[in-house]
Design a protein around this ligand. Structure first.
Ligand SMILES: [Zn+2]
Length: 46
C-alpha cells in the first residue's frame, strides 16, 4: 500500500491523535494509523 499523495511507503504505526476543540484539547494515544515514511509525512498523514 502506498501513500496516495507522494506514492511513498506507508507504515502501520501507533500515533497520538490530537483533537483541537474550541475549549479543550483531546489527546488520543496509541491510535493505529497508516503513516507515510516520506519527508512530508506530516502532510501525508491520514
Ligand atoms: Zn507521503
Amino acid at each position: 500500500m502506498n501513500c496516495f499523495m507522494c506514492k511513498g511507503n506507508l507504515e502501520e504505526k501507533k500515533v497520538n491523535y490530537i483533537v483541537d476543540l474550541e475549549n479543550t484539547i483531546i489527546i488520543i494515544k496509541g491510535v493505529p494509523a497508516k503513516v507515510c515514511t516520506c519527508v512530508r509525512r506530516k502532510l501525508c498523514f491520514r
